[in-house]
Design a protein around this ligand. Structure first.
Ligand code: HEC
Length: 427
């Protein structure tokens, strides 16, 4: 008897609910209809099974318990993570939400997080873990899968791959394919000179700054970052005898985890006109006083050719606070080319311009790095230290890179599978 009444009441409540929904359907924001498509587009990459984020945001049941935190993080623009300022549309693969999307999410939370009609839920999105540009010409693998020991702290390992390039090789792309996305936080690929002595196991664990050992960073990976496919006719020349290495930043993990991250090399084919160049801003004379909340220094470099800028990269360590690359054109006009207002060591990424930026020869670039060595910086392990340049993440660096093409370079090198070929038949 009791049961019957309960059913009747529930039924009634349900019916009343449908009535209200019908009346307000015009302004009611539901998960399935308006929110799920946004999450699928902007969050799922990381917030899904096997993604880097701690929780899934795929279904209503996944998202509902996080509603308050979601509202907070999207309003503060901490999520989705992206650290360059500037208009939406300036950079490729920019996951930032539009103000409309933020308002939709906020209204959904404020409106009591209604689920909506399950029929409105978009079809599940498939996440590929394949190589993005097809099978690479050369796949670099570590000696054997690496076992990451359970550790409440971040860990860093620099692996050196065995393969040696037997000839000078032109590359069109370098792609990182993280093995275990639960623990691979970010990874930077370097070209390793022959003289670097590598331990038997093929890696350096702990604080090891490869660039201080003669390597050159050539590609960066972080969650949500798409690899760079260089423009037609542009390639990167890797000298003969080089190997590659990858520095992997692993997240804290409660259980031992196995990782086998791979790097794919795509060789250039056809006519190479330009060798991708880098304008490199750097200072090694950092001397950051204890507790200093805003220590800045500038490195100034000049373009010695008309340049077409394709992408940027910034590298600082835990005290890094912000970074700016400011252009001064030959006519005196100034413009900020890249601004990273709140640098975060955890989210190193390459900022690829949608529209390449053309600058004339003689353009001066001020690379300005600013550091927070106070206790306000949540990443600061010890505000009482004076901080200088160094290899460890607890030391500092101030590297800025502008990747560009020389506007009138025309090398006209014919390459096949990455190797220069000389015409034997004459022309
Ligand atoms: C590129 C990867 C990535 C994307 C895209 C992303 N997140 Fe996250 N998110 C993370 C990671 C990693 C964490 C945990 C560490 C942190 O807070 O930085 C996180 C944490 C969060 C948290 C905080 C959880 C807590 O413990 O309080 C919320 C809320 C959140 N994300 C919401 C979102 C929403 C909403 C979107 C899309 C609009 C989104 N995220 C997009 C990677 C991502």
């Amino acid at each position: 008897m009791k049961k019957l009444i309960a059913v009747a009441i529930l039924g009634l409540a349900g019916w009343a609910g449908v009535q209200t929904a019908a009346v307000h359907s015009a302004d009611k924001i539901t998960f399935t209809k308006q929110v799920a498509p946004i999450f699928q587009q902007r969050c799922e990459e990381c917030h899904r099974a096997g993604g880097v984020a701690p929780m899934k945001l795929v279904t209503y049941e996944d998202a509902r318990p996080w509603a308050k935190a979601i509202k907070e993080k999207v309003l503060s623009r901490e999520m989705p993570p992206f650290h360059a300022a500037g208009e939406l549309g300036r950079y490729q693969h920019d996951p930032r939400l539009t103000t409309d999307e933020i308002s939709t999410i906020t209204k959904w939370v404020d409106g009591g997080t209604p689920k909506g009609n399950p029929k409105d839920q978009p079809a599940p999105r498939e996440w590929k873990t394949d190589w993005p540009f097809g099978t690479p010409d050369m796949v670099l693998k570590v000696k054997k899968p690496y076992t990451l020991k359970a550790n409440p702290k971040d860990q860093y390992v620099f692996f050196v791959f065995d393969q040696v390039l037997p000839e000078e090789t032109w590359l069109r792309s370098i792609v990182t394919r993280p093995g275990n996305s639960k623990v691979v936080h970010h990874a930077n690929t370097h070209v390793v000179p022959p003289m670097l002595k590598v331990p038997e196991d093929g890696y350096f664990a702990g604080d090891f700054e490869p660039s201080a050992r003669g390597t050159v960073m050539v590609s960066g990976w972080a969650p949500g970052v798409s690899p760079v496919w260089l423009n037609e006719g542009v390639a990167v020349k890797i000298p003969k005898g080089m190997r590659f290495g990858i520095q992997i930043h692993y997240s804290p993990t409660e259980q031992d985890a196995v990782d086998e991250t791979q790097v794919g090399l795509y060789f250039a084919d056809g006519i190479v006109k330009k060798n991708l160049r880098v304008l490199f801003g750097d200072r090694k004379d950092l001397n950051i006083p204890p507790n200093d909340p805003s220590y800045s220094l500038t490195s100034t470099k000049t373009f010695d050719t008309d340049a077409i800028i394709d992408f940027f990269h910034v590298h600082m360590h835990l005290r890094g606070k912000s970074y700016v690359m400011r252009m001064t054109y030959p006519d005196g006009r100034q413009e900020v080319a890249l601004e990273v207002p709140s640098y975060d060591f955890n989210w190193q990424r390459t900022y690829i311009l949608n529209q390449p930026l053309r600058v004339p020869k003689g353009t001066k670039v001020d690379f300005i790095g600013t550091y927070d060595n106070s206790s306000k910086n949540k990443f600061n392990p010890d505000p009482a230290q004076t901080i200088r340049w160094g290899e460890k993440t607890t030391d500092e660096m101030m590297q800025g890179r502008i990747f560009y093409e020389a506007a009138d370079e025309n090398l006209n090198v014919r390459v096949k599978k990455g190797r220069a070929v000389t015409e034997t038949t004459g022309q």
